[in-house]
Design a protein around this ligand. Structure first.
Ligand code: HEC
Ligand code: HEC
Ligand code: HEC
Ligand code: HEC
Ligand code: HEC
Length: 216
């Protein structure tokens, strides 16, 4: 009688394979899950105190991003509009609409509307809007076509890979300065070549994938 028959060989191999695959699976899950679109709320609608629509205000009424996100060209933060900005119009239009109740209350109480943040990087990442705007990166490269959103959602993952994909090869994703706020823009045959845009904007001014660019 043999203790280990010929089939034991196969069983042993399978067990060994399983033992190796399990940690790989766990590792893959541990690594990939936090970076998945699902886990990062990509395309999720977040309920806001007022159902503000970029589709209505940007595509419909043609209001420029900078009327509400006033500091995007000059500072790290784009900024969210104060209630006063809404009231330049809504003291005359839709003045009694129930939807705008929180806006009127905010003005009466002198208390800003508590907009819930959609895009938020961890504290250990440094980001700056103004340099991207100055160097020809359009809003929709990072925020998607906001003007088609009845309620705002995150359109991209904002993982480190997302940032590096562009930092490693920005040329094809730069655009003429007058198209930064045009979320419908796309490259055509008339668009200056990536090499021309890179030279015009002096990009890259230094190695854009150095850790210290974003982790300082
Ligand atoms: C009339 C004012 C107004 C205009 C114009 C406007 N926005 Fe906004 N934006 C808001 C308000 C209010 C919020 C906060 C509520 C929300 O998230 O929808 C917001 C939120 C956002 C957010 C999400 C911020 C976060 O929490 O991460 C992005 C991105 C954004 N706007 C981009 C744009 C872009 C790009 C344009 C131009 C194409 C634009 N906005 C034009 C008022 C405006
Ligand atoms: C430049 C003028 C203007 C500004 C500034 C403006 N709105 Fe409006 N808003 C309008 C007009 C016009 C409508 C009616 C749109 C329609 O029915 O087509 C409207 C409609 C709305 C509605 C009704 C739902 C909808 O989208 O139709 C809400 C809610 C609203 N605005 C919130 C805001 C908030 C909050 C702000 C400030 C962050 C703001 N608006 C700033 C002009 C403005
Ligand atoms: C290169 C990517 C990128 C581009 C281009 C970009 N944003 Fe952002 N935006 C971000 C990131 C990242 C955040 C979150 C910042 C944080 O957590 O500190 C953000 C946050 C915001 C916010 C929330 C408020 C704030 O200041 O943090 C608004 C509003 C906004 N962006 C509007 C815009 C507009 C308008 C444009 C175009 C003029 C634009 N963004 C272009 C990446 C970008
Ligand atoms: C679509 C292209 C694109 C994307 C996406 C992008 N960047 Fe950039 N980034 C650029 C360009 C272009 C520059 C300017 C480089 C230069 O001046 O040479 C830049 C510069 C920077 C700088 C340097 C700022 C300074 O003051 O030195 C930082 C920090 C930065 N990006 C962070 C980020 C982070 C964080 C993300 C992801 C959330 C991101 N970027 C996504 C294109 C991009
Ligand atoms: C262009 C900007 C950028 C550069 C350059 C960059 N990072 Fe990051 N890094 C990020 C962002 C954004 C996150 C946050 C991702 C998230 O939300 O999970 C991050 C997250 C991390 C994390 C946390 C774990 C993770 O992957 O989410 C580590 C560790 C890290 N970076 C290390 C590095 C090192 C090492 C380098 C240089 C080789 C580097 N980073 C270069 C933008 C950058």
């Amino acid at each position: 009688m043999t203790v280990f028959g010929p089939s034991a060989n196969l069983a042993a191999k399978l067990i060994l394979l399983g033992a190796l695959a399990a940690p790989a699976g766990v590792l893959g899950w541990w690594w990939l899950w936090p970076r998945s679109d699902y886990q990062r709320n990509v395309h999720w609608i977040i309920n806001q105190p007022v159902p503000f629509s970029h589709e209505h205000h940007v595509a419909g009424l043609g209001i420029d991003c900078r009327m509400c996100h006033t500091s995007v060209e000059v500072s790290a933060n784009a900024g969210l509009p104060p209630t006063y900005t809404c009231m330049t119009c809504h003291s005359q239009i839709w003045t009694n609409a129930a939807l705008l109740g929180p806006v009127r209350r905010s003005l009466a109480d002198d208390h800003p509307i508590a907009w819930r943040r959609i895009t938020k990087l961890p504290d250990y990442v440094y980001f700056n809007h103004s340099i991207h705007i100055a160097k020809g990166v359009g809003c929709d490269e990072c925020h998607g076509q906001v003007d088609t959103m009845p309620l705002t959602y995150k359109a991209k993952s904002f993982t480190m890979k997302f940032c590096l994909d562009c930092h490693n090869d920005p040329g094809p994703r730069l655009r003429p300065a007058n198209e930064i706020y045009n979320t419908e823009w796309h490259r055509t045959r008339e668009t200056p070549l990536p090499s021309v845009l890179l030279a015009e904007y002096h990009v890259p001014s230094r190695s854009l994938s150095d850790c210290s660019i974003c982790h300082r």
